[in-house]
Write a protein that binds this ligand. Structure first.
Ligand code: AMP
Ligand code: MG
Length: 354
């Protein structure tokens, strides 16, 4: 019987200021993965917790370190789209067209898997999720690992995804072999996930590669209803990650579908101890309660959301009113993460009184 607990590990912090200059650190990180270890590593989306995707025990250790449910499959990260055929079969030509446009980058594609991918990695499914990351440090680590790198977000399951090495240190110190620090992630939200393994291409998780961008290559792309709504009872989760509560800080979050003026007025008139606003830059001047700002536009909001959710916990927020992001472009991805953090609590102050 294999042990179900993870032994305490001596974690090394490897700092990378310039991927080319720090090639020793990146080579070391790759070798740790190759030898079956766990490395928290930077990508352009969020920090990932990397292990050899072909090594069932290394993959099991990812689940143990995160406390992740075993049926929630992992994305494998490759250096180049041409390697996809080693791990996936029946790859439609449109996969390569997508890769020409969006890879390397924040796009994950689900394809039928080959047997070489163990069930531990695919959560027992007959498909595999593949991404080619753009971050130079991630690419160098995969290069030195010389194996596909399975990497979910490097947070404890249920906490916001990590966008800095400090977040990884907070969640995983003593549980992983190394944490590679290359500063803040540029996108800040996990990759867009689409499936090409079913009858029609379907968007399972929105990200920085938006539906509008994808439809240039996949005009028939369907958006799964769970992207913007709670998965109804009895509906199959096409992506197991959809059914789990995510990103939840300790505070109760309520999303207010309001313009700046309505938002500020509603929040100020409900001021009480422990109440915070999760707002946009334009709301700051009017607010009379403590706040965390997500900044100006959708790209800012994407980059700051997860750090903001962690900051609300650190500052002891008990209740949070969050301004509703636009559902356009990358705003759809921000909204998708925020409604999960809010356990789907949302209302428009002009329609109802609490
Ligand atoms: P994370 O690893 O935290 O970025 O989450 C990866 C997401 O991709 C989760 O929501 C998974 O359920 C989803 N995913 C990974 N592999 C598959 C797959 N083969 N089929 C469907 N969804 C997948
Ligand atoms: Mg995650």
């Amino acid at each position: 019987m294999e042990s179900e607990t993870l032994k305490k590990k001596e974690t090394r912090l490897l700092t990378v200021s310039d991927a080319e200059k720090d090639s020793d650190a990146l080579r070391t990180a790759g070798q740790i993965i190759r030898q079956g270890g766990l490395v928290a590593l930077p990508t352009e989306t969020v920090y990932g917790l990397g292990a050899n995707a072909l090594n069932p025990q290394a993959v099991k250790n990812i689940f143990l370190a995160k406390g992740r449910p075993q049926d929630n499959p992992l994305i494998i990260h490759l250096e180049d789209a041409s390697q996809a055929q080693l791990y996936a079969k029946n790859i439609p030509p449109v996969y390569y067209e997508l890769c020409r446009r969006f890879s390397p980058g924040p796009l994950t594609v689900i394809l039928p898997k080959k047997d070489v991918i163990p069930p531990e990695t695919s959560g027992g499914l007959d498909t595999v999720a593949i991404r080619i990351p753009a971050h130079p440090a991630a690419r160098a680590i995969i290069h030195w690992a010389r194996v596909p790198v399975a990497a979910p977000s490097a947070n404890l399951s249920g906490s916001p995804s990590p966008t800095t090495a400090q977040h990884c240190i907070h969640d995983l110190w003593g549980k992983v072999d190394a944490i590679v620090d290359a500063g803040e992630c540029s996108v800040g939200l996990e990759s867009t996930v689409i499936s090409l393994a079913g009858e029609k291409p379907i968007l399972l998780r929105p990200g920085a590669i938006t539906p509008q961008m994808l439809r240039e290559v996949l005009p028939e792309l369907v958006i799964h209803e769970a992207v913007t709504q709670k998965l109804a009872n009895g509906i199959r989760a096409d992506s197991p990650g959809m059914k789990y509560k995510h990103y939840a800080p300790k505070a109760q979050i309520t999303i207010l579908d309001a313009d700046s003026e309505e938002f500020v007025e509603y929040v100020n008139s409900h001021a009480k101890e422990g109440l915070f606003a999760l707002c946009f830059a334009e709301d700051i001047d009017g607010l009379k309660v403590p706040y965390v700002s997500l900044g100006k536009d959708e790209a800012d909001q994407a980059k700051k959301l997860f750090a903001a959710l962690r900051e609300l916990d650190e500052r002891g927020a008990k209740q949070v009113y969050a301004r509703c992001p636009s559902k356009e472009g990358v705003g759809l991805a921000v909204y998708n993460r925020l409604i999960r953090a809010a356990a789907y609590h949302e209302f428009a102050p002009q329609d109802e009184e609490e």
